[in-house]
Design a binder for this molecule. Structure first.
Ligand code: UT7
Length: 324
């Protein structure tokens, strides 16, 4: 018998304000047609002036705890994946911990940009597998709008704000692919590509942070290759064939990248969870937002195999295989 981390519940939160491509086209040299054709994005949610990353994270966390029918007091570790923390320090996870009324256990942030949720999930899974935690709250939360140069049409049209969360709980498995829970996680980084996607300022979501700089085509090229590799790695590690994957829940950066991965897996579009049209790229929040949406509308069913993949600045990339 081995310990596994089972997803007990999911939750999400999106700020109320929606900015459409047409809204952006009123003040930038861009068009709905260009953005939809090149990315699949139609609209994005943008946090209000008083809304911080921790507010988004907390709302998603509460929704996930309610969905999991789990009392916050039973959570041993809170991990927030974010690139836009409230302040340089302490961790945004500490705000969430306090707001949930917790004084036991431990809380910290993970920074791997758009791969952040997969990284945080892997860290939480390892705590649970080793017996250092029985329950974990894993959150991806971002106010990426605070990091954008709103005059750079090559980047500002791509991102949005939001948060998603999952509650993980320990369970016993046989140690093979029939187990429920996280079957494997796969993390990679290659810091040689730091300058292809970065913010030219320090951390914090207080307006003194620098803005996103990206060599879009280069990032695209690397994303397609690295994601194909890590998906192969994840399938091989679990002795799974592509047709055994019920759902691909990818990081939502560009619909063309997602379609590339789906094509490689020979997966029909109806087995890919796509939220990019309405959420845009919410960095570490995009996968848990997509999981929460597909869990809530009944697409994800107990016992199905779910494949997550993500790629982001660093470069970082990774994948996870979960039996729901
Ligand atoms: O989440 C982390 C990972 N991030 C990614 O995976 C992003 C990867 N990159 C991409 O998704 C794509 O490269 C972009 C969507 C960012 C750009 O699409 P592209 O097809 O690579 O376009 P491009 O950068 O080659 O630009 C093509 C043209 C250029 O004009 P010229 O030089 O051909 O005259 C750009 O100036 O499109 C122009 N352009 C725009 N036009 C209208 C760039 N941004 C815009 C815009 N509206 N917003």
């Amino acid at each position: 018998m081995i310990r596994r981390s089972v997803v007990l519940g999911c939750g999400s939160y999106l700020p109320a304000k929606i900015v459409t491509n047409d809204d952006l086209a009123k003040r930038l040299e861009t068009s709905d047609e260009w953005i939809v054709k090149r990315t699949g994005i139609k609209a994005r949610h943008i946090a209000g002036p008083e809304e911080k990353t921790s507010d988004l994270a907390l709302a998603a966390a509460r929704a996930a705890l309610a969905d999991a029918k789990t009392d916050a007091a039973s959570i041993d570790v809170i991990i927030v994946a974010t690139t836009t923390p409230d302040n340089t320090f302490p961790a945004t996870a500490a705000r969430v911990q306090a707001a949930l009324g917790l004084t036991a256990g431990f809380a910290f942030d993970v920074q791997a940009v758009c791969s952040g949720f997969v990284y945080a999930l892997a860290v939480a899974d390892n705590f649970i597998r080793l017996g250092q935690a029985n329950k974990a709250l894993v959150i991806g939360a971002e106010t990426f709008s605070r990091l954008l140069d709103w005059n750079d049409r090559g980047t500002c049209v791509l991102f949005g704000d939001g948060a998603g969360a999952v509650v993980l709980g320990a369970s016993e498995g046989k140690g093979d692919k029939t187990d429920r829970g996280i079957l494997s996680t796969h993390l990679h980084s290659d810091g040689r590509h730091y300058d292809l996607l970065y913010a030219d300022g320090g951390p914090g979501s207080n307006g003194k942070t620098g803005t996103v700089k990206m060599e879009g085509q280069e990032v695209f090229r690397h994303a397609v290759t690295r994601l194909a590799e890590v998906v192969d790695e994840a399938l091989a590690a679990n002795d799974l064939k592509p047709e055994e994957i019920d759902w691909l829940v990818p990081h939502q950066a560009n619909q063309r990248i997602i379609e590339g991965t789906a094509k490689k897996l020979n997966m029909p579009p109806e087995r890919v969870v796509l939220t990019i049209a309405n959420h845009a790229n919410t960095s570490a929040a995009s996968i848990p937002l997509a999981l929460a949406e597909a869990a809530k509308d009944g697409r994800l069913k107990r016992g199905q195999i779910v494949l997550l993949d993500a790629m982001g600045g660093g470069f970082t990339w990774g994948a996870a295989v979960i039996r729901w």
